[in-house]
Design a protein. Structure first.
Length: 210
């Protein structure tokens, strides 16, 4: 997480340099660095969350199905807009345990390099982090009939990647709508009721606002 965060910090630093520019630089004074948002999937989502916490330049962030890795979760609520989007399967405790039950302890060790107890400890720790951040005021959305790769293009290419009952195009549509509405509201200051309207439009995704 520290390496990825340093990568993003480097990019933000370079944007600031571009905005300063020289006399003939086409980007000089043209970047609105007061309205920087960040989003990502999986580790990218986890990185967006960490950057929201540690860099004042990032004003709002969306974490798409990324575990909240990195340092400890702040005791106080996140003071900037944060949106957690998850597939239902990623938060399914029963499925996690059932998957582990299907293979032997030896196979678990071979596949992961860790024993079952270590995997369970990590999973429940990450679940606790998720619940704590949502309880402290983050927006959240949980998509049924989806999995970790539902947020990517992979599930469009192969039905083998899809969750049972998944409508990949519909999932992409609603993720796009919620993403645009979130950044429009918190970076552009547009209608602050759009997210609530989308929650009513897609009741199956269990949208939770502050």
């Amino acid at each position: 997480m520290s390496i990825w965060s340093e990568d993003v910090t480097f990019v933000l630093d370079q944007l600031e340099e571009l905005d300063k520019g020289g006399e003939d630089d086409q980007f000089k004074g043209r970047l609105d660095l007061e309205k920087i948002g960040m989003f990502g999937h999986s580790y990218g989502g986890a990185t967006a969350y960490r950057m929201l916490l540690q860099d004042d330049r990032v004003k709002a962030a969306i974490n798409m199905d990324g575990s909240l890795f990195g340092g400890p979760v702040p005791e106080k609520s996140v003071q900037k807009p944060l949106f957690l989007m998850y597939s239902a399967s990623s938060l399914d405790v029963d499925r996690f345990e059932a998957d582990l039950d299907e293979i032997t302890p030896e196979e678990i060790l071979k596949q992961t390099g860790r024993n079952r107890e270590a995997l369970e400890k990590d999973f429940y720790d990450l679940m606790s982090r998720y619940e704590k951040v949502v309880a402290s005021g983050a927006l959240s959305l949980v998509i049924p009939n989806s999995n970790h790769t539902s947020f990517t293009d992979l599930n469009l290419y192969s039905p083998l990647m899809r969750a049972k009952g998944e409508d990949t195009k519909q999932i992409h549509l609603l993720v796009n709508e919620f993403t645009l509405a979130f950044f429009d509201q918190y970076l552009r200051g547009t209608d602050d009721n759009v997210l609530e309207q989308l929650g009513a439009k897609y009741p199956e995704v269990h949208f939770q606002s502050k």
